[in-house]
Design a protein around this ligand. Structure first.
Ligand SMILES: C[S@@+](CC[C@H](N)C(=O)[O-])C[C@H]1O[C@@H](n2cnc3c(N)ncnc32)[C@H](O)[C@@H]1O
Length: 333
């Protein structure tokens, strides 16, 4: 059977991502929307919507399909607020996920992209599954199931996380780079992330895997692109075979894994190098300031004259005389 071509997406995933890290889930729209179509979703919830980059894609999709979208975010950016005012398909719920999920209408699909830590994701999943056990479970989609938050918590508001579940955070103690479970000078700045990667109860993927292991007949797919797109569904859902057909080729695809590993490596290396360049520039500025003071100092002028006299007298000729002209040339270069 030939399928009608997918409509061209009106997509700008870098609208609020000027450094082009690829932080919005809008980057995986071409996979997400066919899954929503397969489910026949009428109500879609996006937990954590920020400036509405993915939300805009969802709202356009909802306008075509007659669905409704709810964006749950306690701190929406102004562009998301404006989008909610402009589009009738969108309702903005300005609450945390843990406050909103028990009281909203039951969704057909939920995108979890809010507070990226083990406790919050586990609780979000518990609240969703409590209201929709077994094959009624909505299609669940996740961001950040690959590096850096797969195995490393991040806390928007650490005080909301029970102490038992809270990892010590990085703070100003260094940044993170792939392959190093600790912190490193010049690494990517994630001051609200855990100081250490790995171990139990740490990270988004750990939470998703624990949830899948604790329930029967769930399937987990990890698409290793743009920090990791995860999908979970119940194998007995009527739409399960179609979702599997869409996602199977991407699940832990080794080529994509290499691409993503290379992408985050380059991202981190660029940051390490930029930090080194900044430090070198600051050192150079300090050295130049000293040289300029030397250039203007009468003591240096006197020392230069004395050195010339010694040179003429043939005393202490082992070192060439440092002159003001030479200093000027060095500063101009
Ligand atoms: C990574 S951004 C979301 C990006 C968006 N989904 C996209 O793909 O363009 C994370 C958002 O989660 C929100 N957030 C933080 N804690 C939350 C919570 N407990 N519940 C819901 N949203 C939360 C933040 O305010 C932020 O806007």
């Amino acid at each position: 059977m030939t399928r009608p071509p997918a409509p061209q997406l009106d997509l700008d995933p870098y609208l609020h991502d000027p450094d082009r890290w690829g932080v919005s889930l809008a980057q995986v729209s071409e996979l997400m929307l066919p899954c929503l179509d397969a489910v026949g979703a009428r109500r879609v919830v996006e937990v954590g919507a920020f400036a509405g980059d993915l939300t805009r894609v969802l709202v356009d999709w909802a306008a075509r399909t007659g669905a409704g979208v709810q964006a749950i975010d306690p701190s929406p950016q102004p562009d998301l607020v404006a989008l909610a005012e402009a589009r009738e398909e969108l309702e903005l719920v300005q609450e945390t996920s843990l406050a909103a999920l028990p009281v909203i209408e039951r969704p057909d699909a939920v995108i979890l992209d809010g507070d990226h830590n083990y406790f919050t994701v586990s609780e979000e999943l518990r609240l969703i599954a409590e209201r929709a056990p077994g094959a009624e479970l909505p299609l669940l989609m996740f961001h950040d199931v690959c590096w850096p938050h797969a195995r490393r918590d991040d806390y928007f508001a650490a005080e909301l996380i029970p102490e038992d579940f809270r990892q010590p955070v990085a703070g100003g103690g260094g940044g993170i780079v792939p392959g190093d479970p600790g912190l490193r000078t010049g690494g990517l700045p994630y001051p609200r992330s855990a100081a250490r990667e790995g171990g139990p109860r740490n990270g988004v993927l750990t939470a998703v895997e624990d949830f899948v292991a604790a329930h029967d007949a769930l399937r987990l797919v990890v698409v290793p692109a743009f920090f990791g797109f995860g999908v979970v569904w119940h194998r007995d859902a009527a739409w399960a075979p179609e979702v599997a057909r869409i996602l199977d080729p991407w699940d832990r695809n080794p080529l994509l894994e290499r691409l993503e590993a290379n992408r985050v490596h380059q991202l981190a290396q660029a940051h390490v190098r930029a930090t080194e360049v900044r430090a070198a520039r600051e050192r150079q500025a300090r050295q130049e300031a000293v040289l300029r003071r030397l250039l203007e100092s009468s003591a240096f002028a006197l020392a230069e004259r004395l050195s010339r006299l010694r040179e003429r007298a043939g005393v202490g000729t082992e070192h060439a005389v440092v002159s003001k002209a030479e200093l000027r040339r060095a500063l101009e270069g």
